[in-house]
Design a protein around this ligand. Structure first.
Ligand SMILES: Nc1ncnc2c1ncn2[C@@H]1O[C@H](COP(=O)(O)OP(=O)(O)OP(=O)(O)O)[C@@H](O)[C@H]1O
Ligand SMILES: [Mg+2]
Length: 232
């Protein structure tokens, strides 16, 4: 690493490997953000940070190269018809995984689904619009909507849009829907796959089951059958 990179990012040298630090540096020199501010979520495979560009907040999802279960990623991504020809090289799979997440969010944006605006992707780092005000928007699991029916209908609208655009989220649940000012925002498209993939129906059914279950739990009257009919 150059001295400049080393200097600027050295506080993170115990958190991220050199390659990741260089990737973060490159994204910041491209002008996407000035610095990381604080972690929002620390996961097994990725950390999500709030970054600052001026005083504007940006979300940065960083996959930890050492911690990624690339075998699992490979098994999942090769079932996506868009990625059947992928080589089984460790880093390449992780990068494709991150690219696919970005690509899925782009597709979702094109049909006006409520998802964070994708800003940039490089190697194992994804830069997204920050959803939240002073603090990050909470997951709907932690903050139930005030207007439950309206919120649920909006989730259905979003699922319809994704279906129409030809993608299945494949990890949809109250964990991956943020409640921002009582409106749903779908996040975490890392498992998102094409509706043409062999396992797409199964994955869509699972999304529908999770969503139906959660909204039932918080008092919305719905069923899997009804929800499926509305989505497809
Ligand atoms: N754009 C965003 N704005 C605000 N907060 C976000 C944003 N993206 C993610 N978060 C926060 O970070 C958490 C983790 O993000 P995400 O769900 O994408 O990753 P994950 O579940 O750790 O990853 P994965 O399932 O891909 O391994 C979310 O639950 C949410 O609290
Ligand atoms: Mg998640």
């Amino acid at each position: 690493m150059t001295n400049k990179v080393r200097e600027e990012w050295k506080v993170y040298k115990d958190v991220f490997d050199e390659f990741t630090l260089r990737t973060l540096h490159k994204l910041s020199t491209q002008g996407h953000f000035d610095e990381l501010e604080s972690p929002i979520a620390v996961g097994k495979e990725s950390n999500v940070y709030v970054a600052l560009k001026g005083n504007k907040k940006i979300a940065v999802k960083i996959y930890l190269l050492q911690a990624c279960n690339f075998k699992r990623m490979y098994d999942y991504i090769k079932q996506d018809v868009r990625y059947t020809k992928l080589r089984k090289a460790r880093r390449q799979i992780i990068f494709s995984w991150v690219q696919r997440e970005y690509r899925n969010i782009m597709v979702a944006r094109e049909v006006n689904a409520d998802v964070p605006k994708p800003i940039a992707v490089l190697n194992n780092v994804l830069v997204l619009e920050f959803l939240g005000n002073e603090n990050p928007a909470p997951r709907v699991k932690d903050e139930w909507p005030k207007n439950k029916d309206k919120f649920f209908n909006s989730v259905i609208e979003n699922m319809k849009k994704l279906h129409k655009a030809g993608i299945v989220h494949a990890d949809l649940s109250e964990y991956n829907i943020l409640n921002w000012n009582d409106r749903p925002y779908l996040i975490d498209f890392s498992q998102g796959t094409s509706t043409k993939s062999l396992n797409a129906d199964e994955l869509l059914d699972r999304d529908i089951r999770n969503i139906s279950k959660f909204f039932n739990k918080i008092g919305v009257k719905t069923s899997e059958e009804e929800l499926k009919k509305k989505v497809i």
